[in-house]
Design a protein around this ligand. Structure first.
Ligand SMILES: O=CC(=O)O
Length: 318
């Protein structure tokens, strides 16, 4: 099928993501924007039979209700590596392939994990404010803590976890990890139990996928095992961490600090975190660079075009 003949194919974007992606989709397909409709049911009533593809994101994917309301749906693509907003069993049951955007974002997310670990350890954000608000003219900044050489524990040694490990190793950090199964030939120490990983780490970095098994994988026990000198970094999903427990631990000095890209109820962040000097908070920007966002958008388009040309998907979720 020629690219031009795809113009009649109905594609539903679930929410506003990235203008370049939206423009490219609109150029190639018959693009429907869900946010222009009062509700999914109002949209489905008008256009259910037109939609052959969904493009979702970390904010809104494709849940069972959406999938069930689109009888002609053939493929779900997500502008993300994470699949937690897609009902995968439902897609499987309907024989609907799913494609995400792995690999192209790995470097950025791993870079951010290290940036957060450095920022928390060295209090980069607080010391930046210290200069801006002229405090430096009155006193020197207080001493912070070293990052190089700290023991780093990684939860989830997939593509992103491995990229974080590589970077942390370059800082002279001994690396350990926890995952469902031991990975052969990594040279990193494996812990089958996250509590043991946390007890043996000074910095714990969450980099696994969000599933039922990993929901609140960082709970009070894990936080206490990491201990009052420990730092937690989360570039996975907010739901990996019991946020209420994290807030209490930080307030009570049972944890030294945290660097968070993700939150349980994004974009809402617990008020208590906002006044703490020992946390660095960023708005789920792990892959949000121009280069990577473009690459992710191109991958979404390439997967859709492959599907509608009966070619194999570039990055199918298996
Ligand atoms: O959170 C970002 C992603 O899943 O790509």
């Amino acid at each position: 099928m020629e690219v031009a003949s795809m113009e009649s194919i109905g594609v539903l974007m679930t929410n506003q993501m990235y203008p370049y992606l939206e423009d490219q989709l609109a150029k190639r397909f018959n693009l429907f924007r869900l946010w222009n409709y009062p509700s999914l049911s109002a949209f489905a009533k008008a256009h259910a039979n037109s939609i052959r593809a969904i493009v979702g994101s970390t904010k809104m994917g494709a849940d069972a209700t959406m999938i069930d309301s689109l009888p002609k749906l053939e493929i779900v693509c997500t502008f993300s590596v994470g699949l937690d907003k897609i009902d995968l069993p439902k897609c499987k049951q309907r024989g609907i392939p799913v494609a995400n955007t792995p690999d192209v974002l790995t470097d950025d997310v791993a870079d951010l994990a290290i940036a957060l670990a450095l920022s928390v350890s060295r209090r980069i954000c607080v010391s930046d404010s210290f200069v801006r608000n002229h405090s430096w003219t009155k006193s020197p900044f207080y001493l912070t803590y070293k990052f190089s050489g700290k023991t780093v524990g990684i939860v989830g040694l997939g593509r992103i976890g491995s990229a974080i490990a590589k970077r942390a190793a370059a800082f002279g950090c001994p690396i350990s990890y926890h995952s469902r199964s031991e990975k052969p030939d990594t040279g990193y120490k494996y812990y089958s139990n996250i509590l043991d990983l946390a007890s043996n780490s000074q910095i714990l970095i969450v980099a696994c996928a969000l599933t039922q098994e990993t929901h609140h994988i960082v709970n009070r026990q894990v936080i206490d095992a990491l201990g009052p000198k420990g730092i937690l970094i989360n570039i996975g999903r907010g739901q990996h961490v019991d946020e209420a427990e994290l807030v209490s631990a930080l307030k009570e000095g049972r944890l030294a600090g945290a660097g968070l890209d993700v939150f349980e109820n994004e974009p809402h962040v617990p008020e208590e975190l906002l006044s703490l000097d020992n946390v660095v908070l960023v708005p789920h920007i792990g892959s949000d660079t121009v280069e990577t966002s473009n690459a992710m958008a191109d991958l979404v388009i390439a997967n859709l075009e492959a599907h509608f040309q009966n070619k194999p998907l570039l990055t199918p979720v298996t």
